[in-house]
Design a protein. Structure first.
Length: 723
């Protein structure tokens, strides 16, 4: 949204940060003139899923699912519990609202992740924003537009069926010169109105905003440094907190001596239970005080480390569940000419966002306001209220821009810490985790094991598939090939399993959770069978597919890549992999170069074809593909947490290696035109195949098959030695 220096209009950042004392009820009072639309959207895809639907119904506020305001100036403000963490929904959701309401995109303002101003939301994760909140937003826009047409009919004194809406105006079709603006309809009064009948939705063929490439609305403030993150919040009298941390997960606080730290002028030392914190108006002094505290932690040997973790997980795995089953596995075995038994491994992976967990808390007038870097502001509200002993109504969470989350900012420890310290000191408090704290307290992508038994006939048709995944999760585990006898079994999946003896520390969702692990195992197994059958990797997949969408994306990727069945010369290799995630079909093809001596892999080129249904913002979708491919290089080649007895050895980027600019391949994003299919997820699917497509390309290059991610130079050399 553009504004000059003299404009008094609040932009996205102003609305989120400045009026931290305004409740939704007060907002309505202050809104004055304007149309306020309350709406309840009918049964959505989310509600069709029983478990998620039940959860939503239990936690939804009375005016669920969404809330928007049309001001007398013609501007539209959308309030959503979703947050912007780099995925671009601040733009794409605005496009959906502008399209449904028939207003210029620049007139739409977004207020995101403010628990006082926005309707309840379960959180921003799982590529759900466009799929689940999007239809609700479109329904809201359709209802608002219908109300405006009713008002326009009254104002113009013509039947409503003679009116249309366009660019913020209600227009008489018979006499186009007769029209009235939304602002004219709302000036001087506030109208609340409900529709008795479901409004009509615009056909896709009439879309003017959705489907068009649009620059990101947050681009300018971010590249110029004007964007506000939680760490940019400054309040009068604010203290910076540094918290004493244990040396290992599971360590218990023993002896402490804070006397030396207490000698620092202006320092406040807080001790409450196991919480010991130093607070000062200067962050450096708070950090210095923590270093001066003498402390001893009691630790226990767990005998679990990054080398023994897979054996440990298999030993403690509980009873699992069958996800899908068809035919008879034993019958399939008997039909197979060749059988393949393989095991695949994945280590723990950190989220490593640019912005570490940060929060600023203030308690004033019996109310707590917390500015937090979080993907789940309403969960944070509940956690803070419980910690402070407040009712939920007395806690407000405001989510400024979030500097990356990837699933790792679903827990809100830093927000709780800031709120508790603000309560104990009577001052505003900022808690900003160091990079070491970010790694230590991360809810890592879980380590996992996948065991696959499969078989093919001499014709190259897959006749059975027995898939067992341990601890990665169900997402992406069910195969999509045409296999008459198959079973998919999942066990040990838990994001809070550390307390139950599964994992030695917290684990949680990591961009396209479970799909990265499952796609790596599944598509590696497919390539192994293709080679044994003497078939081209692409041809083998197409030979075993009946799914038209997957066939289409594979062929689109092959056409753009220029796929050939012959091997590349001189240590170069081609790979292919495909997956389905968040309702989106993806196919990757990659070219890699392998240094046999050093074991290093350079990815030269990646093509990603993606069918995500109706594309809201093609430019944003391509950016998400490029980001996924880039991030995927990390989990595929280098990213892995090393640990022993609960102690994390990778606490910064000197040992935890994320992708560098020098690694980046040529990335070619292909968007399949599928306007007849509802919009699907776009923030995660393109990362799912990166491990698999690189593994398959490495094998094509040097004949070495890797069964464990990441495929570090050491593991590549070991695989080469086995050839």
């Amino acid at each position: 949204m553009k504004k000059d220096d003299e404009s008094k209009d609040l932009d996205f950042q102003d609305i989120e940060i400045l009026p931290h004392y305004i409740t939704r009820r007060e907002l309505l009072k202050l809104a004055g003139a304007g149309i306020v639309i309350f709406f309840f959207h009918g049964k959505t895809e989310a509600q069709q899923d029983h478990d998620r639907g039940t959860f939503l119904r239990q936690h939804a506020p009375g005016d669920f699912n969404a809330f928007l305001r049309i001001g007398e100036d013609g501007k539209v403000t959308c309030f959503t519990g979703k947050i912007e963490m780099g995925q671009g929904i601040i733009t794409s959701l605005a496009q959906m609202l502008a399209e449904g309401l028939d207003v210029p995109l620049e007139s739409v303002q977004m207020v995101m992740g403010d628990t006082d101003l926005c309707p309840w939301d379960m959180g921003t994760f799982g590529s759900l924003s466009t799929r689940y909140f999007g239809p609700t937003l479109v329904a809201a826009a359709a209802e608002a537009r219908a109300v405006l047409i009713e008002l326009g009919a009254e104002a113009l004194k013509v039947p409503s069926n003679r009116l249309i809406s366009r660019d913020g105006f209600i227009i008489d079709k018979a006499h186009p010169e007769r029209k009235i603006s939304y602002s004219a309809l709302t000036r001087g009064k506030r109208i609340e109105r409900h529709l008795e009948n479901t409004p009509l939705f615009k056909p896709v063929s009439d879309y003017n905003v959705v489907g068009k490439p649009v620059p990101r609305r947050d681009a300018h403030v971010k590249v110029t440094g004007k964007a506000q993150f939680a760490g940019d919040i400054r309040l009068p009298g604010m203290l910076y907190a540094s918290v004493l941390r244990p040396t290992a997960h599971g360590a218990k606080l023993g002896y402490t001596d804070t006397s030396e730290a207490e000698n620092i002028k202006g320092i406040k030392i807080i001790k409450q239970g196991d919480l010991i914190a130093a607070l000062h108006k200067n962050p450096e002094d708070a950090q210095k005080a923590i270093r001066l505290i003498k402390v001893k932690f009691d630790t226990k040997e767990s005998k679990v480390d990054d080398k023994t973790i897979f054996r440990h997980l298999l030993n403690v795995a509980p009873q699992g569940k069958v996800l899908t089953r068809e035919g008879n596995i034993e019958k399939g075995r008997n039909l197979a000419a060749r059988i393949f038994e393989e095991t695949y491994f994945n280590g723990y992976v950190a989220h490593a966002p640019i912005e570490t967990h940060t929060a600023v808390a203030q308690i004033k007038g019996g109310r707590a306001t917390v500015w937090a870097s979080t993907q789940t502001p309403f969960s944070a509200k509940k956690e803070v209220a419980q910690t402070l002993g407040f009712t939920a109504e007395k806690v407000r969470i405001i989510t400024p821009f979030v500097g990356g989350g990837f699933g790792g900012k679903s827990r809100n420890q830093q927000a709780v810490e800031a709120a508790l310290l603000a309560q104990l000191t009577g001052r505003p408090v900022q808690v900003t985790w160091s990079r070491e704290e970010e790694f230590f307290y991360d809810s890592f992508r879980p380590a996992a094991v996948v065991k696959i038994s499969s078989g093919i006939q001499n014709s190259g048709r897959i006749v059975f598939w027995d898939y067992n995944v341990y601890f990665a999760g169900d997402r992406g585990a069910s195969q999509f090939y045409e296999i008459p006898h198959h079973r998919t079994y999942s066990t040990g999946f838990s994001y809070s399993g550390g307390s139950r003896g599964f994992h030695p520390f917290n684990t949680g969702p990591w961009r396209a959770p479970a799909v990265n692990t499952n796609a790596f195992a599944m598509e590696s197994q497919i390539d192994i069978m293709a080679e044994s059958a003497g078939m081209d990797a692409l041809g083998f997949r197409l030979n075993n597919l009946k799914d038209k969408r997957m066939t289409r994306v594979l062929k689109a990727a092959a056409e753009r890549f220029g796929w050939v069945s012959s091997k590349a010369p001189g240590g170069r290799g081609y790979g292919v992999a495909c997956a389905i995630d968040a309702g989106t079909y993806v196919a990757h093809m990659a070219e890699v170069e392998v240094d046999r001596l050093k074991g290093r892999v350079q990815v030269i080129r990646v093509v990603c074809a993606q069918d995500m249904g109706l594309v809201i913002n093609p430019e944003g979708a391509k950016q998400q593909i490029e980001g996924c491919v880039t991030m995927g290089l990390g989990y595929a080649l280098t990213e892995e947490i090393h640990f022993q007895d609960g102690k994390i050895f990778d606490l910064n980027f000197d040992t935890y290696e994320i992708p560098r600019f020098s690694w980046l391949p040529q990335i070619d994003a292909v968007l399949i035109d599928n306007k007849d299919f509802p919009p699907q997820g776009g923030g995660e699917p393109a990362i799912a195949c990166m491990g698999a497509v690189i593994a398959n390309a490495i094998y094509d290059a040097v004949g070495a098959r890797l069964h464990q991610l990441p495929m570090t130079p050491e593991r590549v050399r070991e695989a080469l030695n086995r050839v």
